[in-house]
Write a protein that binds this ligand. Structure first.
Ligand code: NAI
Length: 467
């Protein structure tokens, strides 16, 4: 095999595999190194994709058990077959990872299986499963080594009693009691799954609110809805110790305000307190500059060493989200090709796939207040949306924030069914620099949930029709 490449990408997750495909499209001789054994990274293997499978199935299970009887679809003897549910999830993951492998073949990308290490800006080694090392030459290196779960001091994730999201995606029986440390994306998605399947779920969150970074209106509404669904919350609480005694986990935590100490015993603890960049020894050895533990890149995604680029969760730019990583993968390939690859960090949608879903793009009210930007708000509840009403999906609202003077849309925040799909229209509107008036004057199909977006835009100018 020829060992000379134009682009070698290290890591086959959403940043890396997409970068490899775009590089190949641009005519570069491309290789992608991946050590996991399957392509797709955390997202496809142990993240977005398997969690969405379990979220979808557990929601259906919950609806059949708790909602359908009231709506004229009577069922009895509904049973959970967890192992079948897990097999279905694993099958979806396998199909999608194989799909990426097929795309590599289609684009004539060399898939190098093993652990990649950068030796210099033009050479990379790959250590395969049989411990054979092979060196390759390349004109450009792209690091896309992703991220790994963070833990708390003194807490060791064993993926048995104390698990990360990886363990929580593969329990072989429904935990009687599940404690989740961290009320962020992972904690609330996995908490929803196991609550619906029958666990008693308690979320311990350090701050006085959940999903930090999201608009406070949304965060408050979301908390109310989750409490109504039966998830318990211990906010303002700092976990001080977790230990395992005879297959039970014991968690000690202290209330930040009252200093009151509490202890809970449970079967499983999910530690979901964020993720950290996956920085290999080679990166440290080469002296590539870091910023707060992440690889520091410039606007062209170039690290402190010319010719070595980095994209995705491992860099300091933007949130740790698969779609941000994919866009960076495309941008860096185009930059290497001399084109104007670009990612607009002002317009990166974020979605939490709970029920209802939560989705946001652009600025929150709190961010605008900090930046002293004057704004106006339009809000519309799904309770007043006809399609949501007939579907019994009346929880939540759409909130559009527009510049006080220019009316330019600065942020959109949605909590409600299909929020994750609806946010795409808002991202597009913001990319085109839309005003709330532009959205309000765009004809939206009736009856759809998206009419709530149009109504929220009308509400910015205090003229909603249905509320
Ligand atoms: P996160 O940053 O979303 O949430 C972590 C939570 O833990 C925060 O609320 C934080 O205040 C809390 N916390 C931190 N230290 C704590 C402590 N000592 N005690 C109690 N609470 C503590 O991180 P998460 O949920 O682990 O997700 C990791 C990454 O994966 C995020 O960057 C997220 O964007 C991404 N992700 C995205 C998903 C999506 O797009 N739907 C789904 C899952 C993950």
């Amino acid at each position: 095999m020829d060992k000379n490449f134009d682009v070698i990408v290290i890591g086959g997750g959403p940043a890396g595999y997409v970068c490899a495909i775009r590089s190949a499209q641009l005519g570069f001789k491309t290789a992608c190194i991946e050590s996991r054994g399957t392509l797709g990274g955390t997202c496809l293997n142990v993240g977005c994709i398997p969690s969405k499978s379990l979220l979808n199935l557990s929601e259906n299970y919950h609806k059949v058990q708790n909602e359908f009887n009231n709506l004229g679809i009577e069922s009895s003897n509904v049973k959970l077959n967890l192992s079948k549910m897990m097999s279905n999830k694993n099958k979806s993951v396998l199909t999608l990872t194989k799909g990426v492998e097929y795309l590599f073949k289609k684009n004539k990308i060399t898939y190098l299986k093993g652990k990649g290490s950068i030796l210099s800006k033009n050479s990379v080694s790959v250590l395969d499963e049989s411990k054979n090392k092979t060196n390759y030459k390349t004109k450009n290196v792209v690091i896309s080594t992703g991220s790994i779960p963070s833990s708390l001091p003194g807490i060791k994730i064993d993926e048995n009693n104390i698990v990360s999201s990886t363990g929580a995606l593969s329990f072989n029986k429904v935990p009687k009691e599940l404690i989740i440390i961290g009320g962020g994306y992972i904690g609330l998605e996995m908490g929803s799954v196991w609550k619906r399947l029958g666990s008693k779920v308690t979320v311990i969150e350090f701050l006085d609110h959940i999903i930090p970074g999201m608009d406070k209106d949304i965060s408050n509404e979301f908390l109310k809805i989750l409490i109504k669904q039966g998830i318990n919350f211990k906010l303002n609480s700092k976990v001080t110790n977790v230990k395992v005694v005879k297959d039970k986990a014991i968690i000690d935590f202290t209330n930040n305000k009252s200093s009151k100490r509490e202890r809970i015993e449970c079967d499983k603890v999910l530690v979901a307190v964020g993720r950290k960049s996956n920085i290999g020894e080679d990166i440290v050895k080469l002296g590539i500059k870091l910023e707060k533990g992440k690889i520091k890149v410039n606007k062209k995604f170039e690290t402190s060493i010319k010719g070595i680029y980095a994209v995705g969760d491992c860099i300091q730019l933007g949130p740790m989200l698969a779609h941000k990583a994919e866009d960076e993968g495309i941008a860096v390939a185009e930059i290497i090709a001399g084109q104007a690859g670009h990612v607009n960090y002002e317009v990166i949608p974020a979605v939490i796939y709970t029920s209802p879903e939560v989705a946001a793009v652009g600025k929150t009210e709190q961010e605008l207040q900090k930046e002293s930007i004057k704004y106006k708000i339009g809000k519309f509840p799904f309770l007043a949306n006809s399609r949501a009403k007939v579907n019994n999906e009346t929880e939540g609202f759409v909130k559009i924030i527009a510049d006080d003077k220019t009316d330019k849309v600065l942020g959109v925040h949605i909590i409600g069914s299909h929020a994750g799909t609806m946010i795409a229209e808002m991202a597009l509107a913001m990319e085109f620099g839309a005003s709330s008036e532009d959205i309000a004057r765009t004809c939206h199909a009736h009856p759809t949930h998206t009419e709530a977006v149009k109504e929220a835009a009308l509400a910015v100018d205090k003229r909603p029709i249905h509320f």
